[in-house]
Design a protein around this ligand. Sequence first.
Ligand code: ADP
Ligand code: ZN
Length: 653
Amino acid sequence: MSAGLCYPDLPFAPLTEDSVVTGPSEVEQPDDAAVPVDDPRIADVLTRWWGFDRLRPLQAEAIKAALGGRDSLVVMPTGGGKSLCYQLPPLIADSTDVVVSPLVALMKDQVDALEALGYPAAAIHGGMSDEERRQVRDRLAAGDLRLLFAAPERLVNTGLLDLLARVGVRRFAIDEAHCISQWGHDFRPEYRQLALVRERFPAASVHAFTATATPRVRADIARQLALRDPEILVGTFDRPNLVYRVVPRTDRVAQVIQVLGRHRGEASIVYCISRKETERLAARLAEEGLLARPYHAGLDARERHATQEAFARETIDVVVATVAFGMGIDRSDVRLVLHTALPKSLEAYQQETGRAGRDGLAAECVLLYSSADVFSWESLVRKSAAESDLDAAEQESLIAAQLEHLHAMRRYAQAARCRHAALSEYFGQAYAPATCGACDVCLGETGSLPDATVTAQKIISCVARVGERFGVRHVCEVLRGAKTEGIQRHGHDRLSTFGLLAGHDQRAAENLVHQLLDQDLLGRTGGDRPVITLNERSWEVLRGRREVVLLEPRTSKTKTTKADTDDWQGVDRDLFEQLRRWRRRVAEARGKPAWTIVDDKSLRAIARDKPDSLDALLRCHGIGAKRLADFGPAILDLVAGKEPETLSSGEPD
Ligand code: ADP
Ligand code: ZN
């Protein structure tokens, strides 16, 4: 790990107040269930276009604010369903609305998904030819578009606003609105120019959307966009369909392979910290026969794009990536997000795990934890501050803020308490259920080591015997009774602690030492060759005045969660796989992401209900008029056990 940490893809963000825990939110909503729709206009459009029959929490409020022309600030976690809040109103109002989005990839994904519904939407960006842009402008001028996506700099600098004024645009949605704030984790100065929109369109309403919940960022968004008496809607940050697990890291590669084994053929993201590691690990996984590819900011743009496309079209299952992978990945059926090292903050962890299970079906988030990562991050924090242009005082406060984030992350990983509760509380929201049924702690998977105190005493006395002058590896080799050259040279094979942990392999032994370091039951010096030392607490353990609890350093067994069983209830898995194969072919033929064709949730509904008529198919989740016309016959053939005559109708295959 240590060597790899030299090239993390994202440098530390500037000092933020993200660690400030928010107070109770303005509008608190339970997130357990979507609710039926009370407004028939909304209900009608929702079923006709999307094939959905319910709205998620706060979607109704957000849609009504938009329809009523009242400014709004909508804060929802990733996957909460923000896009529907600006996609639906222009269909009802028969208007052309504008969506500001920071990245071309994000715009394209959304336009693809909307086109699959037959929804008239387009993006305008620098990657298009003049001719393509002219076509979009023509459609816009003719009033044919319900949504236009643009980046802020294009919106304000290219005369586009004049055209929008002629068309009579009355609603602007600002996606990823935290980009406007320097207190957010992703400040983009271009967003500041959006103030101009308010000046040029005083009668239009502005609707800001973000997943960043801190009060400071929220207030900054409202001020920068000059929102007028905005309706503020803050969603629940808990994601009940995600199962969180923290597993002591003993053997990274073996553990990654083991976890991926639970998700064969499913979309998975494996996060590493260094670029080199993503390449090494992806190559190892490919040797295991997994469809895996690396992704990091050091690859050239073409290669990165090819990997994103392959993932979107389901020709690969696993992306082994640095944190550079994520923005612009909208695949909603990611079933696993696996962190092979500790992220630098809970904000980052929430965002990265947020990419799992966006379709609402059960998904797993596994964190392989070793306190070695904490030490690596700490030295990186100090090093990058020292290399910055900041003066000494600023460096100190930067370091302090970043260490605070890091230690919150470490506390989460170490704590033996409900992960859902810990995450919710960190983001300022109380978590009501006594047990979540969807984390390693509540499922009772975290096994503790029998005789932990005795084991700790063995380790601590070995540290004392080698004179507090050696690192983790050497101490563990002595404990295991290894005959290394170093041990013989120092005569450590003659120590009374030699071979006391003979039954453990090296990785397991090192994991135990890291657990003691984590609990501050051993100390460690800084520098390049850190040495393990004793502290006051170590002596208390040695003298039998302190009990020690250690986790079993093996990967614990996992249990099936209720959510997972429920999502598969009654689903014919063979049929589901056939439908997925068909979908992959359609996606290939159309050059579109597979999930935009029909998502997993719908495929499971079809493989459960086995509709035998177009009417019955229309009643399945996610099937609206357009999908029915496009794919109805092919799907019915598949359900009937026949090879479909055509992949789809409509567009040529
Ligand atoms: P966000 O932008 O907040 O991260 P999205 O808008 O991408 O989330 O929505 C996440 C997923 O939830 C998408 O697959 C979307 O189709 C689905 N979704 C949104 N609203 C609903 C709803 N009312 N019923 C069913 N699925 C929904
Ligand atoms: Zn729990």
